[in-house]
Design a protein around this ligand. Structure first.
Ligand code: NAD
Ligand code: UGA
Length: 444
């Protein structure tokens, strides 16, 4: 990790919701010299955090958590009242899950707004919405605070969306591309700039000062465009499979245009995780509410589902009867460098294999424990070679770096039939084929 600036002119920050975003933000702000109180309503999570244990796997997170807990710069509590009283800025970082129709469920945001309202002192407070929310939410948060505390006058609500990726959350927070601040008063903007000063100093981040509504739309727009790039790559992959071309070559050629770029054009078994699927569904709902056609977003969602279905069909076609077959899954996390399995395409595949009667073994470097609770019918291993024993097919679902370095000769000795389905196009195809494996990838 690169060295980080440390300020002595830190401010006091309350973070409500110590999940992926809240915990990472709190840890980074404390590392940068602010005094941070993180609030969470989950007692188990709090107990772990107070012991210096990170409830999630994220590179460098636990190290910085322990360091700043020890120095006293970072504290954890369930007392939101004390945090609001004691901190001049309060970040709302609670979850915003999807409703069945795609709309963002804002009950946790509203609950926190109510609790903040009851705890507001007379002195000025900045309430920052960092959770991903639809446009107009900050106005609703301000309205809620005024409704539950009609005498509250000295506060501003700011939108400050978060763009970190899981697996590189600390780095993304310390060295972001931009910091978006949507505020309606100079006073709130000044408080926010002071908080972000160390990050602006140490990174090349551009400060993007906009209206509150624009800030909210930037977040949904950015996630929708990133998801669009992935769906576009999957569309090209499907075209290449039908045309007898090679998606890796085609996408490389497309991405070399600097206006397009190479990033987020990796085809696979579809994007998963706790954000893209829910955020583009929420954006679809928002567009429809605004009277704007959401056909574009619907197409992105459809292509994403199709990427998964195409891969499953290919496995079914190649393996013929799944009933009784032993299938080994490499990677259950929704992406590499995380133990997050929310909306992981791997889990959906494992359910499909099990439903068809297959015997499923799985290996993930970090996510086995979490997956055990959701797909308990599978057997989990701490080592890929043990997981592949007697397998009749290996299915790669997550782009973990270690899968690029697998010993295919060793795997050949342990499997029954050497077939590999590479759902992320990351394995060393030449080595696998040299060892006798039949390789099936995406887009060729
Ligand atoms: P999370 O589920 O990991 O964490 C949310 C935390 O909020 C939980 O620990 C929960 O116990 C706590 N919480 C809920 N209600 C509470 C309350 N009333 N009082 C105190 N604590 C409460 O969620 P997350 O992944 O950190 O996401 C949070 C928000 O940030 C979401 O809107 C998400 O879309 C957005 N976001 C997430 C990421 C990511 O990579 N995970 C990146 C950018 C933005
Ligand atoms: C994504 C965005 O990248 C972050 O900027 C954003 O802050 C975050 O959502 C959020 O709002 O929560 P994240 O979901 O953590 O971050 O991870 P990504 O790296 O974006 O990957 C998402 C999914 O897309 C994964 O399943 C990954 O395997 C897949 N993906 C990614 C592809 O299939 N192809 C690609 O080229 C890139």
């Amino acid at each position: 990790m690169r060295s980080m600036a440390h300020t002595t002119t830190g401010t006091t920050i309350g973070i409500i919701g110590a999940g992926y975003v809240g915990l990472t933000t709190g840890v980074c702000f404390s590392e940068l010299g602010h005094r941070v109180i993180c609030v969470d309503s989950d007692q188990n999570k709090l107990a772990m955090l107070q012991r210096g244990q990170a409830p999630i796997y994220e590179p460098d997170l636990e190290l910085l958590l322990q360091k700043n807990l020890k120095s006293g710069a970072l504290q954890f509590t369930n007392d939101i009242h004390a945090a609001v009283q004691g901190c001049e800025t309060i970040f709302i970082c609670v979850n915003t899950p999807p409703k069945p129709n795609g709309q963002a469920d804002l009950r946790f945001v509203e609950q926190v707004a109510k609790e903040i309202a009851m705890a507001l002192p007379d002195t000025y407070r900045v309430i920052v919405d960092k959770s991903t929310v639809p446009v107009h939410t900050a106005e609703k948060v301000a309205e809620t605070i005024r409704r539950y505390n009609p005498t509250a006058k000295s506060f501003d609500v700011v939108s400050n969306p978060e763009f970190l990726r899981e697996g590189s959350a600390i780095h993304d927070t310390m060295f972001p591309d931009r910091i978006v601040i949507g505020a309606s008063s100079d006073r709130a903007r000044a408080v926010m700039k002071k908080i972000y000063e160390p990050i602006l100093k140490q990174s090349k981040a551009e400060l993007c000062e906009v209206s509150i509504r624009s800030a909210e739309l930037i977040k949904h727009g950015a996630n929708s465009l990133l998801a669009t790039k992935i769906s576009f790559a999957n569309l090209i992959a499907e075209a290449c499979e039908s045309a007898g071309a090679n998606a890796a070559e085609v996408l490389h050629g497309i991405g070399l245009d600097k206006r397009i770029g190479r990033q987020f054009l990796q085809p696979g078994i579809g994007f998963g995780g706790s954000c893209f699927p829910k955020d583009i569904a929420a954006f679809r709902f928002t567009l429809e509410t605004l009277g704007v056609s959401a056909d574009f977003i619907t197409a992105v969602e459809r292509i994403n589902l199709n990427a998964y279905q195409r891969f499953l069909k290919r496995i079914e076609r190649e393996l013929w009867v799944l009933d009784g077959k032993r299938i080994c899954v490499f990677g259950v996390a929704f992406k590499a460098n995380t133990d997050d399995i929310r909306n992981a395409p791997a889990l959906r595949l494992m359910h499909a294999f099990i439903k068809a009667g297959a015997v499923v073994s799985a290996y993930d470097p970090k996510a086995n424990q979490k997956a055990k609770h959701l797909v308990s019918e599978a057997t989990y291993f701490d080592d890929p070679y043990a997981a592949a024993q007697k397998a009749e097919a290996i299915v790669v679902c997550t782009e973990w770096d270690e899968f690029t370095r697998l010993d295919w000769k060793r795997l050949r000795q342990t499997v029954v039939t050497p077939i590999v389905f590479d759902g992320r196009n990351i394995i060393d195809r030449a080595q696998a084929e040299k060892a006798g494996f039949i390789w099936h990838g995406i887009g060729s």
